[in-house]
Design a protein around this ligand. Structure first.
Ligand code: 5GP
Length: 191
């Protein structure tokens, strides 16, 4: 999505440890019109795929997932992060290592919100090593639901999480793929 690449170039800040900061439009302040445009793009990607749910994980995935849900016309479910190892009864649960916080959390979704009848698109803000997507895919599998595909706003291609999932046959369509970033610039994967 060219507009997203331009936004990353104008507003993105490259931090230590391969972290890209996009606080001005996605991770702290929300550019609501632009987020709706990303939702529109996700709706275009999955046109006619019959999604019944968008699935994301709190917190930064929620705005884009919401925009996708509005444009596609289906509910948005967000997995909650839970530090405790004790997870009660009627939930799907998966363990996810957090790239940004360097901790492992359980992510949980109440069973009532995902079923084997669902056709699911997973949406998140960033894709790095793929751990968040792997956890969300695991939850879709536990529910017996059908995974249509995964879309992250910004994939960092040089961390290979997206390509590993593609190799497994999972549809991963990111809105922008950063191939390289350093103090002198941010460079995108050519399509
Ligand atoms: P992964 O699980 O693919 O390694 O990392 C994805 C998760 O880590 C996303 O949910 C996102 O919140 C966070 N993340 C990974 N890389 C970045 C980054 O460069 N910037 C920001 N703001 N978040 C990131």
């Amino acid at each position: 999505m060219k507009a997203l690449e331009n936004k990353i170039l104008s507003d993105g800040v490259v931090l230590e440890g391969n972290v890209l900061k996009v606080g001005s439009f996605l991770n702290q302040q929300l550019d609501v019109d632009f987020i709706m445009e990303m939702g529109e793009e996700i709706s275009r990607i999955y046109n006619n795929d019959g999604a019944t749910k968008i699935l994301t994980v709190e917190s930064s995935g929620i705005p884009i997932a919401f925009a996708a849900g509005v444009k596609i016309g289906c509910p948005v479910v967000f997995a909650k992060k839970n530090k405790s190892a004790n997870v009660s009864g009627d939930v799907f649960c998966s363990s996810v290592y957090s790239f940004t916080h360097k901790t492992t959390n359980n992510i949980i979704v109440a069973k009532e919100f995902l079923s084997s009848d669902d056709r699911v698109i997973i949406v998140d803000d960033f894709l790095a090593n793929g751990k968040a997507l792997i956890g969300l895919i695991d939850i879709v599998k536990q529910a017996g639901a059908t995974l249509i595909g995964c879309t992250c706003a910004i994939e960092k291609g040089f961390q290979h999480g997206g390509d590993e999932l593609r190799k497994q046959g999972i549809r991963v369509e990111s809105l922008a793929i950063v191939e390289e970033m350093n103090s002198s610039g941010i460079y995108f994967r050519c399509n």
